[in-house]
Ligand binder design. Structure first.
Ligand SMILES: Cc1cc2nc3c(=O)[nH]c(=O)nc-3n(C[C@H](O)[C@H](O)[C@H](O)COP(=O)(O)OP(=O)(O)OC[C@H]3O[C@@H](n4cnc5c(N)ncnc54)[C@H](O)[C@@H]3O)c2cc1C
Length: 474
């Protein structure tokens, strides 16, 4: 993000934290990493990556078949990746384009995927309740606001399109400005009930605890350096510096880090997203803002924002940070540059002027995985013994739960409603080699920013955003 000289400088709270994985761990306490893999072993299923995808997969496999030996290998600690850093929207949105799934598999299949995604929000809440995971979960739905006439037009189109797909007032409803919460300059909003707020790190840490208690072995500080397919009678394996785990199935659940694995550099583009959190806002500020329902909040800008009111009454606010690092390099420390912090603060206080007296307590970033066609996948190949799920493009909190249940059925070779969903077995073409990949993503972000600025001035939807979408296949 380039630093605009007119941009406001964000006030930083004393003890401001930058990176350190995320604010969510500062609030929760950083877990001690468990032991690395003590040496080579065998398993029925080996999962690589202990984020939501890997842990949900392990959870559902072990619940379905307690006799299975499931091993999870994690390069840092469980919840180190996007699962411990995200905006906490467990949102029932398809992680991909409904139209693209429908074009390939027919409309009923795309509708089934959408319904399954809606249901995933409740499934996360069910498991959290049953297993005693306390992750500040509240199903307040999601509010999407428009702040100029171009955005308002897109909002109206969104409602019309969702009616075409058969979603009624129960799924998406058009609101006037200021209903539920007051956003400066809002012209209107839509609200959908299919979203719950979570404390992301509490969810992933809770899951890790439950999965361990079920008998899954999670080895941390264990980087996997190679995924080896089955060859004749030699089973598939995950190779690490401490030995290898040979298994009937090896599942890759590495999302935004996938590009660091040999042979997978151009599968999913590691896209950065950044967040800030404010100091707690006093009651009189909340009286002016509203937000009593703890809805998740997003907007219709191309360079969009996402936010939640946290359980301890702060605003956690995210958006696109420095979007992408040349050569798919992954900045995993979560440190965030000053220009991004200032830009997020400017948008936050532009939407909530009443929060101006607060300060930024913490800033962090993380990576998400973006496939070339922006459509997520769940795949198990019984021939090679390898499988994977992900490419959620920033919608993985709920989608990873659906992925975990789907991978369970695929591994167990059960034909179910889940294995018939259109994202199963979806293959996408790879991203272009550098420098095209870097240039394309830079162009997309630049065009989105210019399009938003033009729409703010002129009110009409900018064609530049369409051009940006065409370049990157969004
Ligand atoms: C800032 C930010 C905000 C977001 N906000 C939202 C949101 O509000 N709602 C939403 O739905 N989605 C959001 N997302 C996306 C969402 O967090 C992800 O889609 C989801 O967490 C993906 O889970 P995962 O388990 O697939 O990947 P991750 O959580 O990234 O887990 C992958 C794990 O694999 C490990 N790993 C990587 N390589 C190796 C290796 N070689 N060997 C061993 N282990 C390895 C990593 O250390 C990591 O722990 C956000 C993402 C970011 C970064």
């Amino acid at each position: 993000m380039s630093h605009n000289v007119l941009m406001k400088t964000a006030p930083l709270a004393p003890g401001f934290g930058n990176g350190g994985v995320s604010y969510w761990y500062r609030a929760l306490g950083r877990p001690d990493a468990w032991e690395p893999l003590p040496g080579s072993r065998t398993a029925d299923v080996c999962v690589v990556g202990a984020g939501y995808t890997g842990l949900w997969t392990a959870y559902y496999l072990k619940r379905a078949r307690p006799d299975l030996r499931v091993v999870v290998l994690e390069k840092e600690f469980a919840g180190f990746g996007a699962s411990g850093r995200n905006g906490g929207w467990a949102v029932g949105e398809i992680a991909g384009s409904r139209e693209r799934y429908a074009a390939r598999h027919g409309r009923p299949a795309a509708v089934a995927l959408q319904r399954a995604m809606f249901a995933s929000v409740d499934e996360i809440m069910r498991v959290a309740a049953v297993e005693g995971i306390d992750a500040d979960i509240t199903k307040g739905g999601v509010l999407t606001v428009a702040r100029n006439s171009a955005q308002q037009g897109r909002l109206a189109a969104l409602v019309e399109e969702s009616r075409d797909w058969g979603w009624g007032e129960d799924d998406l409803v058009l609101l006037g400005s200021g209903e539920r919460l007051r956003v400066e300059g809002a012209t209107g909003a839509v609200w959908s009930p299919h979203c719950a707020r979570v404390q992301p790190a509490a969810l992933v840490q809770g899951l890790a605890r439950v999965v361990r208690a079920l008998g899954v072995e999670i080895y941390e500080r264990t980087p996997v350096t190679e995924l080896r397919p089955r060859s004749g009678n030699v089973p598939a394996a995950a190779v690490t510096p401490f030995g290898e785990v040979a298994a009937e199935h090896v599942i890759r659940a590495t999302e935004g880090f996938t590009a660091t694995l040999p042979g997978h550099r151009r599968d999913w583009l590691p896209m950065n997203s950044s967040m800030i959190v404010t100091t707690p806002l006093p009651a009189e500020v909340w009286k002016r803002i509203g937000w009593e329902g703890r809805e998740l909040l997003g907007d219709m800008a191309h360079y969009y924002m996402y936010a939640q009111r946290t359980a301890d009454d702060r605003i956690a606010f995210g958006g696109r940070g420095k979007p992408y690092r040349y050569g798919s390099r992954v900045d995993d420390a979560g440190r965030t540059d000053r220009a991004t912090v200032d830009a997020l603060w400017e948008t936050l206080t532009g939407m909530f002027p009443a929060a101006r007296d607060a300060a930024v307590e913490h800033a962090w970033s993380g990576v998400l995985g973006v496939p070339r066609d922006w459509c997520s996948t769940a795949v198990v190949d019984h021939r090679t013994g390898l499988g994977h799920a992900g490419g959620y493009t920033g919608h993985g909190v709920a989608a990873s739960n659906l992925a975990g249940r789907t991978l369970r059925d695929l591994v167990l070779r059960e034909d179910t409603e889940l294995t018939a969903l259109p994202w199963v077995g979806w293959r996408v073409r790879r991203w272009e080699p550098e420098p095209l990949r870097w240039l394309g993503v830079q162009a997309m972000y630049r065009l989105y920013r210019v399009a938003d600025a033009r729409e703010g001035r002129k009110g009409a939807t900018s064609r530049l955003a369409r051009v940006a979408d065409m370049i990157t296949g969004h």
